[in-house]
Design a protein. Structure first.
Length: 284
C-alpha cells in the first residue's frame, strides 16, 4: 500500500469516526425533545404508567390546559414584546457602534473594543444585586421597557464581537465609492454597510432573540406583576403548580409551546444565519 493510499485510508477512517460521533451526539440531543413531544400528547395515566411508551391517542387538550392554568397566552405576548423591543434596541445601537470601532481609528478605540470583548464573560447573575438596586433607585422595577433595555445592553459585547468580525470581511471599495459620490458617514452606514452586512446583522438578531426568549433570572427579579411576567417565569410557575397537581402532560405541552417560536425563528432565518457565520460573522 502506497503512502497516498495510507493517507486516504486514514482520512476515510477519521471521517467515519467524525460522522459516527456526530450521529451519536445528534441522537443524544434529540432524544429528550422527542420524548417530551410524545409525553405532551399522553394522558396523565399513560405517562405515570409507562413514561417511555408511545401515546395511545393524541390528547390535544393537554395544550389547552397548559394555556388555561398558567396564563400562557399572556406570558407569550409579554415575551414577544420584550424580544422585539430588545432586538430593535440592540440593532439600533450595535450596528453603528461596530461600524465605528471597525472602520475608524481614534484614540482609545482599541481599548473600547477590548473592554467590550472582556465584558462578554460578564453574566447578568454576577451583577444581579447592584443591578436590582440601581433599577430600584430609578423607580423602574416592574417595567418591561427597562427590562428590554437591560437585555439589549447585556448583549452589546457579543453582538459587537460578531459584527466587528463580519464587517472586517466587507470590502471598503463600496464605501469609498459612495463617499466619492458625496455620501456621508451616516449615508454610507445606512445605504452601503447595512445591506452588505445583512447576514451578520441577521445572525446577531437571531442569536440575541433566542437568548432574550429564554432569559429567566432577570425577568424573575426585575418583573413583579404577574401580568407582565415572561414565558420562562410563567413556565416555572406552571411547574410548581403541576408538580403538586400531578398534571405532567400539561407541563410537557407547555415545554413544547415554548420551543415552537425558537424553532420557527431558526427555520425562517437558517439561510441568513449560516451565511452570516460562514462569511465571517464569528471571525476575530
Amino acid at each position: 500500500m502506497t503512502s497516498n493510499q495510507q493517507s486516504l485510508l486514514k482520512m476515510n477512517i477519521a471521517n467515519w469516526i467524525t460522522r459516527l460521533f456526530l450521529i451519536v451526539a445528534t441522537i443524544v440531543l434529540l432524544y429528550p425533545f422527542v420524548w417530551n413531544l410524545l409525553a405532551s400528547f399522553k394522558s396523565n395515566t399513560e405517562f405515570l404508567t409507562d413514561p417511555f411508551s408511545f401515546p395511545q391517542a393524541l390528547h390535544f387538550d393537554n395544550y389547552v390546559r397548559a394555556f388555561q392554568k398558567s396564563k400562557m397566552g399572556s406570558y407569550f405576548l409579554n415575551s414577544i414584546f420584550l424580544v422585539v423591543l430588545s432586538t430593535a434596541i440592540l440593532v439600533i445601537f450595535v450596528v453603528p457602534m461596530a461600524y465605528v470601532l471597525t472602520r475608524f481609528k481614534f484614540w482609545g478605540s482599541k481599548l473600547i473594543l477590548n473592554l467590550y470583548m472582556a465584558c462578554i464573560f460578564l453574566q447578568a447573575a454576577y451583577i444581579m444585586v447592584p443591578l436590582f438596586l440601581q433599577v430600584n433607585s430609578f423607580g423602574m422595577l416592574d417595567n418591561r421597557g427597562m427590562l428590554s433595555l437591560i437585555y439589549a445592553v447585556l448583549q452589546f459585547p457579543f453582538a459587537i464581537f460578531v459584527l466587528s468580525g463580519f464587517l472586517k470581511s466587507v470590502p471598503r471599495d463600496y464605501e469609498e465609492a459612495a463617499k466619492i459620490d458625496g455620501c456621508g458617514n451616516t449615508g454610507v452606514l445606512v445605504r452601503i454597510v447595512a445591506p452588505l452586512a445583512k447576514p451578520g446583522i441577521v445572525t446577531v438578531c437571531m442569536l440575541a432573540a433566542m437568548g432574550f426568549w429564554n432569559e429567566y433570572p432577570l425577568a424573575l427579579v426585575l418583573i413583579q406583576s404577574d401580568s407582565k411576567k415572561t414565558l420562562p417565569v410563567g413556565l416555572a410557575n406552571l411547574f410548581e403548580v403541576q408538580r403538586y397537581a400531578t398534571d405532567w402532560s400539561a407541563l410537557f405541552a407547555a415545554l413544547i409551546l415554548v420551543l415552537i417560536p425558537t424553532i420557527l425563528l431558526y427555520v425562517i432565518g437558517q439561510k441568513q444565519l449560516l451565511q452570516g457565520i460562514s462569511a465571517g460573522g464569528i471571525k476575530g
